[in-house]
Design a protein around this ligand. Structure first.
Ligand SMILES: [Zn+2]
Ligand SMILES: [Zn+2]
Ligand SMILES: [Zn+2]
Ligand SMILES: [Zn+2]
Ligand SMILES: [Zn+2]
Ligand SMILES: [Zn+2]
Length: 227
């Protein structure tokens, strides 16, 4: 008989999601200003006409370039990493966490679980796709499962009623049973409190009372005379 306490089963497999980590993109707005003087940070020549003011410096608009692809950063928003400007695409590819489910960069909330990063909406039960972010979940082979799916799929099944055994499983004859499901094959009385006393008669578990009726001649029993 194997007792599997409810809590121990759950805690073995349960990992709570870590607090959702805000992964904010550092963005700044480009300032386009007319500048009569000033030197471009890139080419070190004077800027006439339009200048970009960004990162505390001044640039020709065409010289304010992505540190990765070296293309001028178009649009009003850029991303900063290590003090260098990056275009949206390179910043996403280089510095944002990738979702384990879809493989794409995560721009807003990152769920960190099972040693990986996930979009909030992609951290779901492997079986039924219920969202699991912000909830407890169960882990099996490094995949997340909701409680319902985990219990129905991975809990031992009772050999008598074929339902999942969530809390206490009884091991008998190499099989798992609900305590109430492992019964005497003759009188249907559960063995729960006297499981050690059952006997196998014709390969069927039998309680001592029924066994006594069937086989009154037990040589080890002192109060019953040997034949
Ligand atoms: Zn320049
Ligand atoms: Zn780029
Ligand atoms: Zn995703
Ligand atoms: Zn599920
Ligand atoms: Zn059962
Ligand atoms: Zn019985």
């Amino acid at each position: 008989m194997e007792k599997r306490g409810k809590n121990s089963v759950k805690e073995e497999n349960k990992q709570s999601t870590t607090a959702a980590v805000e992964s904010k993109q550092m963005t700044e707005n480009l300032e386009f200003k007319s500048s009569e003087f000033g030197t471009c940070e890139n080419c070190h020549t004077n800027i006439k006409g339009q200048a970009v003011h960004a990162l505390g410096k001044t640039w020709h608009p065409e010289h304010f370039i992505c540190a990765a692809c070296k293309k001028p950063i178009s649009g009003q928003v850029f991303n900063v990493h290590d003090g260098k400007p990056f275009c949206e695409q390179d910043y996403s590819n280089k510095f944002l966490n990738k979702c384990r489910s879809c493989g794409l960069p995560i721009k807003d909330v990152t769920i960190q679980a099972l040693g990986a990063n996930w979009h909030k909406e992609h951290f779901v039960c492997k079986s039924c796709s219920t969202p699991l972010a912000g909830q407890g979940f169960y882990e099996r082979e490094n995949n997340p499962f909701c409680q319902k799916c985990f219990e129905s799929q991975f809990s031992p099944k009772c050999a008598a009623c074929n339902q999942a055994i969530i809390d206490t499983a009884m091991m008998a004859l190499g099989k798992n049973y609900h305590p109430g499901c492992f019964k005497c094959s003759k009188c249907n009385k559960p063995f729960a409190n006297e499981v050690a006393a059952f006997q196998l008669i014709d390969n069927e578990p039998t309680c001592p009372t029924c066994a006594g009726k069937l086989a009154p001649a037990c040589p080890k029993s002192p109060d019953k005379p040997a034949p």
